[in-house]
Design a protein around this ligand. Structure first.
Ligand SMILES: Nc1nc2c(c(=O)[nH]1)N[C@H]1C(S)=C(S)[C@@H](COP(=O)(O)OP(=O)(O)OC[C@H]3O[C@@H](n4cnc5c(N)ncnc54)[C@H](O)[C@@H]3O)O[C@H]1N2
Ligand code: MOO
Ligand code: MG
Length: 424
């Protein structure tokens, strides 16, 4: 008698996983040029003001505003230019009455000055070996000065740990002198592809065989979220070989993802392997398509993701279940795919009792997010994954969906969402 499995709702499956997540990521230091895409291991706090000194945002003249109070086009006020400074140089003199210092963008405001007037707004004249500027307008105190700390105040917390490091984060880290950056260690995610039909990528096709595409796809999915894939190869559907390899691999990785062998077939050994491992199986059937057979187990605090062998089911299973578990290890803010509302741009007449995740493409038209399914909507299909940039999420029910309806989509290339599944 074939084992009967009880499907659970997708949100319950995700929540069961999240209840078992340990946020125990270790921190390591990497050089600043290697930190892009990593997750900050410690909060980033300012240890100085930015800018660290009052500075000029323009090429011009540092002046005392009080000297200009009577200035007008009929009454130009001459100020003697006593020094010239570029960015990186600090003026030696303190400005006295009726004096100016020629100053370039980024240079520190000299002592005694309280405003800057742009080069274009003054006329320079030379008299008796001295240089003067003629100021023809009243300048207010503080005009054209970038204030110390206007960008960042000393002691302020800028970024929380778990922030994904982007280009702007790199700039901030450099600003505060982080030649080495504390980041969470990349979770090491082992991958094992099971299936006696599987060939290596570089092998020619043989009767009844196919190339292992899931192994490489999963490695790419892992890499994309900033974790480290470790490929342990493909295995024939032999219980003992698979059991030994899975047991041994689990000891070496933070998370183990397998593909294939989770259904009820004669050569689907994963269920029996979880049993022999004495792993706690969180669920083995989800009310979804594709990926209904996705099985998740926990052994010694480590997750085993038993993804389907069917490529589309494998892809979806990783994105919905493995992704948030792996990203939780690095305290990421947005562990789930980004959920948005979109307008269905094509009829989808096929009703389904289970929630369906359809490989789709989203685009923005007239400010609205539109979504259309792409490729063949079958769990064994590989091509539609390549065309998709979103998963259209259609709730289970007895009816199909029509063009123009509002639907939910999960973006594959978005920043992510902190939570998309409500808890009961
Ligand atoms: N009697 C039933 N049969 C099946 C059921 C069921 O409920 N009752 N569920 C079906 C569903 S849904 C799925 S999904 C699949 C899941 O199968 P497995 O996870 O056990 O995977 P396999 O049987 O090993 O392979 C399925 C399919 O995928 C191909 N495959 C496997 N590995 C790879 C790989 N690394 N790269 C590319 N393609 C791969 C494999 O050749 C098969 O065609 O079970 C249904 N059956
Ligand atoms: O898990 Mo199967 O692909 O439901 O489609
Ligand atoms: Mg099978």
């Amino acid at each position: 008698m074939v084992e009967r499995r009880t499907p659970i709702p997708v949100k319950d499956a995700v929540n069961k996983i999240m209840d078992h997540v340990h946020r125990n990521g270790e921190v390591e230091y990497v050089t600043i040029d290697e930190c892009l895409g990593r997750y900050l291991g410690k909060p980033l706090k300012a240890d100085h003001d930015v800018p660290p000194f009052d500075r000029s945002p323009y090429d011009g003249f540092a002046i005392r505003s009080e000297d200009t109070q009577v200035a007008s086009s009929d009454n130009p006020v001459p100020l003697e230019v006593i020094e010239e400074i570029g960015a990186g140089t600090v003026a030696k003199a303190t400005l006295q009455a009726k004096q100016a210092i020629r100053i370039m963008t980024g240079a520190q405001i000299p002592n005694g000055a309280d405003a800057v007037i742009m080069l274009e707004l003054v006329k320079e004249v030379h008299e008796n070996g001295k240089t003067y500027i003629q100021v023809k307008r009243k300048v207010a105190s503080g005009d054209n000065i970038s204030r110390q700390g206007e960008d960042v105040k000393n002691d302020s917390v800028l970024l929380d740990k778990g922030t994904k490091i982007n280009e702007g984060t790199v700039a901030l880290l450099a600003t505060f002198g982080y030649a080495k950056v504390p980041v969470y260690k990349k979770p090491v995610v082992g991958i094992i592809a099971t299936g006696s039909e599987l060939l290596e990528v570089n092998q020619p096709l043989e009767p009844g065989k196919i190339r292992n595409s899931n192994g490489y796809m999963i490695a790419a999915q892992i890499q994309k979220i900033g974790a480290e894939p470790k490929f342990y190869g493909k295995l024939a559907d032999d219980f003992d070989t698979c059991f030994e390899k899975i047991k041994q691999t689990l000891a070496e990785v933070d998370v183990l993802v397998t593909t294939g062998g989770v259904s009820v077939g004669d050569f689907d050994h994963l269920p029996a392997i979880y049993k022999k491992l004495e792993a706690e199986v969180l669920f083995n059937k989800i009310a979804m398509r594709p990926g209904s057979v996705t099985t998740v187990a926990v052994k010694d605090g480590k997750f085993l993701f038993g993804l389907s062998g069917n490529p589309s089911a494998c892809f979806v299973g990783f994105e919905l279940f493995a992704r948030p578990a792996i990203l939780s290890l690095v305290e990421a803010d947005f562990v789930h795919l980004q959920k948005e509302k979109a307008i269905l741009d094509k009829d989808f007449p096929k009703p389904n009792p289970f929630t369906r995740f359809v490989r789709s493409r989203v685009s923005i038209e007239d400010g609205k997010l539109m979504v259309s399914p792409v490729g063949l909507d079958k769990s064994g299909v590989v091509s539609s994954i390549a065309y998709a940039n979103a998963l259209l999420m259609l709730p289970g029910g007895t009816r199909g969906f029509e063009r123009g309806m509002e639907v939910e989509v999960l973006l594959l290339n978005g920043e992510g969402s902190a939570s998309i599944w409500e808890k009961e």
